[in-house]
Structure formats: structure tokens, C-alpha cells
Design a protein around this ligand. Structure first.
Ligand code: BYC
Length: 472
């Protein structure tokens, strides 16, 4: 059951051949997906052999196989985690009822919207990253970029499967629309803010995979708790793929920090730009930017949508099933931020509408763990500086803090104070131009750009100087 049928055109473990209608819908969508992939996927590398992993089973252990593949030949497919016999709805008004194998009629619109919002982020991220291949810092990094891109493509398939299998004609229309919106497009943008930002350089990409993919982890984990069992199962498998994306982000930034510290130590200077490196002050600005736009992805602090998703049993809390409370939260409270004049305070609010904030808190704690590990690298080099997450109110466009300007250390500022300081806190055009000047491709086996250290080890036990992408 756990193994995947690769003999079919669309690899799957959902017995696709037994559902002709769905098979036809997906086979019609497939060439449109490929058109989108060729037009909006990684530019310039579609004909190259890339050392990629492909899912061969949905077991937690040993689900992947590695081989050279040309990206358009990647076997995108439908992979759901194994069903849990007797699974019940774990929270909300339907707590304890059998998990739904079909869409509850009254929740159809809400559920479709959740799936579309999730699905929209996947092709968006591929679009955002499509020009990066040209400026890769190494073959190892290039391969990891493409691995992430094909898997985001597969995550799109995962959501399209749900739309086509469970939402009839509406679902098929949404599947088409997922290929029509474009990241950053004025007329038909992607749904969520962060997915319309540019990813113009490799530092932005690593920050994106650390901070924005981590939103993916928390949202997918909440959807994996869903009472709608097919959504739960598909998100559970997506999470196993997501782990690699987060690894790329955390180790990528760690390697930049490592290289920066080496340059500082060897050159006895903080000004590593002179040595072709990325100074810690610039890294801090990119952390500030990507963290703040990713915090926006959790929605408002107080949200009736979030309360409804939960009460309906569609979207749970992070690790809902491990929590020891009533899983209904009707009488519970949660601490949320509040603005009192120009002071940021907290108050106890009803727990249900505060669920976005609660998930954001889980996310913040997780973000901090990686920052602590980067700071260990700084400390090891006997450098007296710490990278920090800015205050949650800094540079926000959604929710309570969208109305005010907040400094990284959490002070509410006047517009004038903000304008005077923002260039110290967020990447400026000059910073972006400097970064662009570093973005020169390094494609010799085993070599790395000057601004980033090599990884500790290669992919799948291969050496670091392995030919991860065959460019010849
Ligand atoms: N930008 O009640 P509110 C990933 C809208 S990342 C623009 O505050 P709600 C990945 C909101 O839609 C994970 N609009 O928020 C990572 C609503 O509009 P409507 C993606 C925003 O609804 C890297 C209105 O404002 N998955 O997988 O409780 C690479 C009021 O909203 C934003 C999901 O997001 C924003 N930032 O929660 C690849 C999971 N924030 O409905 C992939 C599914 C809010 O009034 N989505 N709005 O027209 C959800 O659970 C919820 O839609 C949200 C928002 C958490 C995003």
C-alpha cells in the first residue's frame, strides 16, 4: 500500500486507474502544468541532468530514490500518507466523529478556499526562484534549488488532486486558475503577500527557504490535523518533503554566517565587503525583511476565519493531537498583543479567534532555534555580535501592527523616526546592488562562491565535489 505505482502516466498511491473521471481531469491538466513549468519554471536548465530524489514510497523511512533526471521528466504524482484506521476528527464541533472521506457539504466553500490558498503558494515559489540558476554559488546549491522547485511543483499536484477529486467543476476551474496567477503580477497576483515578493539573489532565496518555507511547515502541520482525511493525508506526506527545504534554508544561511566569520577573522575586519563577503549587518537586514513578511502569512491576531476553520474541524493547531485540553477551546483564552496608545502590551483574548497568533507563536519559537544555531557559529569565531529576530510588530502589513511603525526592538515610532532609520533595518537598493555584484555563477565541481562556505556533507552520501548537475 505504501509503495507508489510508477507504471501509470501519473504516479500515485490513490488507485487513480480505478477513477476514470478523475484520471481524465488530471490527464487534461498535466500538459497545462508542463506548459506552465516550461514557461515559469527554472530558466535555462530544463535540458540538464540533475541529481534528484523522487518519492518511491510514502513510508517515513527510505521513501526516496536518487538519480539523474531532466526536470521536465520528473515524475510528479499523487502521494498520500497511509490512512489511519478509525481516525476521528480531533477538534472543534465535530470532535470524535469519524474523519470525513468526502467534503462535508456545508464546508465546501471554506475548505476549497483553504486548499486553493495553500496550493497557490507552491507554483508561486517556483516562479519567484526561476532566475536563480544562472547565478548559483555551486553545483551543490544548484541541485538543491532544483530539488525544491520540482517538489513545490509536486505540492501543487497534491492540492490539484484534492480540488479535482473532491470539488467537481469548481475544483477543476480552481486547478486552472492556479496555473494562471503569477507571482508579482499587478493584474493577477498570487494570493498571499510574501509570494509576490521578488527572490532576486541567493541570500534572499536562503532566507525564503528558512522563513517562508517554515510558514509552510506550520500551515501544513495544522492542515494535517484536518478532519477532512484526504487533506490530512496529503499534508502529512508533504511535510516529509518540506523538511529538506527547511534544511536548505538553515544550513544555507549557516554557511553564509560561517564564511562571513572566517573572512572577519582572517581579514581582522568587520567590513567583509572589502573581501567579497556578506557582512553580518546585511544578513541582519535580510533576516528582518524575510521574517516580517513571513509573519504576515499567519493572518490577523484576531480572526473569525481562524475560529471557523477550527470549529468546523478543518484546520487544527500545530500538534493538535498531542495537546491535553478539551480541543474545543470555547471557554479558553490566549495572550495576544495589543496597542495601547504608542505602547505594545498584551491582553487575554478568547482562544478561538486567536488561533493565528498561537500558530505564529509556535513559528516564532522555531525560527529562534535556527538563529541560536547561527549565533553559535558567530560565537565560535569569538565575534561579539548576535543575529536577532526583530520584534513581531516590525515591518508588518497584516493585522494589528499594519497600522503602526515598530522598530526591531519593539518601540512604536513616528513616521519621521521610521523614515530616518528604515535603511538601517531593511535592505536598501545599495545593499541589493552589492548582493547582485556577488551573484556570479560558480559551476566547477567542488567549488563555492567566496561568500558562502561549503556544506558539511554532500547529498545522499555523495562527495561535495560530485557532479550534482551535468552542465556539459
Ligand atoms: N497576504 O482572518 P485573516 C507554503 C487575507 S506557505 C494577503 O487575518 P485568515 C510554502 C485572508 O486571506 C503556507 N492576504 O486571516 C512556503 C483573508 O481574506 P478573505 C501556505 C492575506 O483567513 C514556501 C483576509 O486577509 N498555506 O506552503 O485567518 C514555498 C483576512 O484574513 C494575508 C496557508 O496559508 C497575507 N499574508 O488566515 C512554498 C494555509 N493574510 O478570506 C510553499 C491556508 C491574510 O477575507 N491558508 N490575508 O478574502 C490559511 O490558513 C489562511 O488563509 C491564512 C490567513 C493563514 C493565510
Amino acid at each position: 500500500m505504501a509503495s507508489i505505482d510508477y507504471s501509470e502516466r501519473i504516479p500515485n498511491n490513490v488507485s487513480l486507474s480505478e477513477n476514470r473521471r478523475l484520471q481524465r481531469a488530471l490527464e487534461e491538466w498535466h500538459p497545462k502544468f508542463l506548459d506552465w513549468w516550461m514557461g515559469m519554471g527554472p530558466t535555462g536548465f530544463q535540458e540538464k541532468d540533475v541529481y534528484l530524489r523522487t518519492a518511491v514510497s510514502v513510508d517515513a523511512q527510505g521513501w526516496a530514490q536518487f538519480d539523474y533526471v531532466k526536470m521536465p521528466d520528473y515524475r510528479w504524482g499523487l502521494f498520500l500518507a497511509e490512512p489511519e484506521p478509525g481516525r476521528t476528527v480531533g477538534f472543534g464541533d465535530h470532535l470524535g466523529a469519524s474523519a470525513w472521506q468526502d467534503v462535508p457539504g456545508e464546508y465546501r466553500g471554506v475548505l476549497r478556499r483553504l486548499i486553493v490558498t495553500q496550493g497557490d503558494t507552491e507554483p508561486a515559489s517556483v516562479e519567484q526562484q526561476r532566475h536563480l540558476g544562472r547565478t548559483c554559488p555551486s553545483l551543490y546549491d544548484l541541485r538543491n534549488l532544483f530539488q525544491i522547485n520540482v517538489e513545490e511543483g509536486r505540492h501543487l499536484w497534491a492540492m490539484v488532486y484534492l480540488l479535482d477529486a473532491y470539488f467537481g467543476r469548481d475544483g477543476r476551474e480552481e486547478s486552472e486558475a492556479l496555473l494562471q496567477r503569477r507571482s508579482g503580477d499587478r493584474d493577477k497576483p498570487r494570493i498571499l503577500g510574501a509570494f509576490n515578493e521578488k527572490t532576486p539573489d541567493w541570500l534572499s532565496y536562503m532566507m525564503f527557504t528558512y522563513f517562508t518555507d517554515r510558514d509552510g511547515k506550520y500551515q501544513l502541520a495544522s492542515l494535517a490535523e484536518s478532519g477532512f482525511d484526504p487533506l490530512s493525508r496529503t499534508c502529512r506526506f508533504m511535510l516529509t518533503e518540506e523538511a529538506h527545504h527547511l534544511f536548505v534554508g538553515e544550513t544555507g544561511i549557516g554557511r553564509v554566517v560561517q564564511r562571513t566569520c572566517e573572512l572577519m577573522r582572517d581579514g581582522k575586519t568587520d567590513d567583509v565587503r572589502r573581501l567579497g563577503g556578506l557582512d553580518l549587518a546585511t544578513l541582519q537586514k535580510y533576516i528582518n525583511f524575510h521574517y516580517s513578511v513571513s509573519l504576515d502569512l499567519f493572518g490577523s491576531e484576531v480572526s473569525t476565519n481562524a475560529a471557523n476553520f477550527y470549529t468546523m474541524g478543518l484546520k487544527g493547531r500545530f500538534e493538535e493531537s498531542k495537546k491535553r485540553d478539551d480541543h474545543r477551546l470555547k471557554d479558553a483564552t490566549y495572550t495576544v498583543s495589543e496597542l495601547t496608545g504608542d505602547r505594545i502590551t498584551t491582553r487575554e483574548a478568547p482562544a478561538l479567534p486567536s488561533l493565528n497568533e498561537r500558530l505564529r507563536d509556535d513559528y516564532i519559537a522555531d525560527c529562534q532555534r535556527g538563529v541560536d544555531r547561527w549565533n553559535q557559529i558567530v560565537k565560535k569565531h569569538e565575534i561579539d555580535l548576535e543575529l536577532r529576530l526583530p520584534h513581531r510588530g516590525f515591518h508588518r502589513a497584516i493585522g494589528l501592527f499594519a497600522e503602526v511603525k515598530v522598530s526591531p526592538d519593539g518601540r512604536v515610532l513616528s513616521e519621521a523616526e521610521w523614515d530616518a532609520k528604515k535603511h538601517e533595518w531593511l535592505p536598501t537598493e545599495a545593499d541589493q546592488a552589492y548582493l547582485q555584484s556577488l551573484m556570479l555563477p560558480v559551476t566547477e565541481r567542488g567549488r563555492f562562491a567566496n561568500w558562502i562556505a561549503p556544506p558539511a556533507r554532500g547529498v545522499n552520501g555523495q562527495p561535495i565535489d560530485f557532479e550534482y548537475v551535468r552542465l556539459a
